[in-house]
Design a protein around this ligand. Structure first.
Ligand SMILES: [Zn+2]
Length: 506
């Protein structure tokens, strides 16, 4: 027999796709030809597979070998096809009966010594196999935990090519996935730890309830980072679909902890201001690595010292903020990843960032305006909640922490407010108040009584409030009413919304 075929799985973005790996062995000058749009890594597969087969004690077929990957139109990336290529070569050479692989998908990277190494993206690959009607997969032992997360698929694992060959020839056992880890993820930091800072606490509660982006301005020691880190603790847990998507993204990035379980908590990412654009949005050679914008999908992206990020880095956030996705264009094709995050910016009010009360800041008003001006424009425009926090006084810092409301209590209000908003906007397809276009809130039936927006309209007329700012305040007012369990915002809600909007820019 000189023809053989097995099933494997490839990745397009965060979506897996079944791939047929076929081999034809014909008499002629010994050579290996790979076809089906292979990238560089796949060409390197030729050398890895040859070494792995020989070093596993198998004979390398001394014939003209053509390996083809289907569908031809799909871009194949990375080293995950190694194991399937090795199996199909041995099958085609008549060294290995392949009946055991009927209806089985196989993937894994091969080391030169024949070890089977884990690959990035195993979770979405196994999910794609399941969706394609495959009920059994053979994966690297290092991926077995995450593969076992996918329901409806029997997962078997291998550590070496030799083990797989021995299984087919002699019925030697394959490996089982490890026992899954504890059911609950470790608790993140809790709002009960934050003393004082009523405005900051309120800002992130409203942000969580309405899905609003947040900017926190204030001197060092105002608790900006503490507050941002606690936003995930008051957001609802991810539902099944979101959890699978988030876990899949972390799988493609290769940052899933071993053990394998779905991520139920909204992720939190805090890239440093020196992070490259690539670290922020993703990229790299081979299988593009998701960046911070995708690793914070369905969670929180926190930019501390936001004014210190480069203009290029901040600009790169515009596309995901607008579309909830990031398209990575590269020479060998484009990859798209989900990137719908809640943005939290924190910034000092001026470049010197001297702790207030310690030394007086000597920055000129112009220097201060310029510094914050780096954030302005399209980015700040998208941020509904913008507040300036005061430094915590000694009295607040030394007060017993027991008075602070814990995250669980706040999370309960947030959950109810989100449910109310989702029900109200269900016909329009908006999930949170943060999704609602401003114009919708200025028209019946959602327009508020003139008396409740009088102060806002006056400021609009005087030019101390932009039309966009006006819309943002209306969105916040609806969230405040939702948090309070009322059907419509009143004048007081509009007033509080104004306080939560006017901290940084007019
Ligand atoms: Zn200063």
């Amino acid at each position: 027999m000189s023809y053989a075929k097995v099933l494997s799985v490839g990745l397009a973005g965060v979506t897996g796709q079944l791939v047929e790996v076929e081999a034809d062995l014909s008499p002629g000058l010994p050579a290996v030809v790979l076809s089906g749009l292979p990238d560089t890594a796949l060409n390197e597969a030729r050398d890895r597979v040859r070494a792995a087969i020989v070093n596993s004690g198998q004979r390398w077929p001394s014939r003209r070998i053509t390996v083809n990957l289907l569908p031809a139109g799909m871009r194949k990336t990375g080293s995950a096809f190694d194991l399937a290529i090795a199996v199909v070569l041995l099958g085609g050479a008549g060294e290995l009966p392949l009946a055991a692989f009927d209806g089985v998908a196989i993937f894994g990277e091969l080391g030169l010594d024949g070890t089977v190494r884990p690959v990035r993206g195993a979770l979405p690959m196994v999910a794609a196999a399941a969706k394609g009607g495959i009920s059994r997969v053979v994966v690297p032992i290092g991926n077995a935990g995450e593969a076992a997360v996918v329901p409806g698929v029997e997962v078997k694992a291998v550590d070496t090519l030799h083990r797989l060959v021995a299984f087919v020839r002699d019925g030697a056992p394959l490996l089982d996935p490890p026992e899954s880890g504890p059911e609950t993820e470790p608790d993140g930091p809790d709002l009960a730890d934050v003393a004082g800072q009523a405005l900051g606490r309120r800002a992130i509660e409203v942000a969580a309830a309405g899905g609003h982006h947040v900017a926190l301005l204030g001197p060092p020691g105002a608790g900006k980072t503490m507050l941002a880190e606690r936003l995930p603790s008051i957001l609802p847990e991810l539902d099944d679909e979101a959890a699978l998507e988030v876990t899949a993204l972390h799988s493609v990035a290769g940052v899933l902890p071993p053990g394998g379980q779905l991520r139920r908590r909204p992720p939190f990412q805090a890239p440093h201001h020196t992070a490259t654009v690539q670290a922020l949005v993703g990229g790299g050679s081979g299988l593009a690595r998701p960046g911070a914008v995708s690793l914070s999908h369905q969670g929180v992206l926190f930019l501390d010292e936001a004014a210190e990020f480069t203009g290029r880095a901040l600009d790169a956030l515009r596309q995901p903020l607008e579309t909830g996705r990031i398209l990575l264009r590269r020479a060998d094709g484009a990859t798209e990843y989900p990137a719908r995050f809640q943005l939290v910016l924190a910034a000092n009010p001026c470049p010197c960032a001297k702790p207030a009360g310690d030394q007086f800041c000597e920055c000129s008003p112009l220097a201060r305006r310029r510094y914050i001006g780096r954030l302005s424009g399209p980015l700040l425009d998208r941020i509904d909640v913008q507040v300036t926090l005061d430094p915590l006084g000694a009295a607040e810092l030394l007060a017993p922490h027991s008075g602070s409301e814990p995250s669980a209590v706040v999370a309960d209000r947030v959950l109810k407010a989100r449910a109310a908003a989702a029900a109200r906007w269900s016909e329009q397809g908006w999930r949170t108040n943060g999704d609602v276009p401003g114009a919708a809130l200025r028209r019946p039936p959602w327009r508020l009584p003139a008396a409740d927006t009088k102060a806002l309209r006056t400021r609009l007329d005087h030019g101390s409030l932009s039309a966009r700012g006006f819309d943002r305040i209306l969105r916040l007012a609806w969230t405040i009413a939702d948090l309070d369990g009322r059907h419509r915002p009143d004048g007081d809600d509009v007033f509080e919304a104004t306080q939560l909007r006017t901290g940084i820019a007019p």
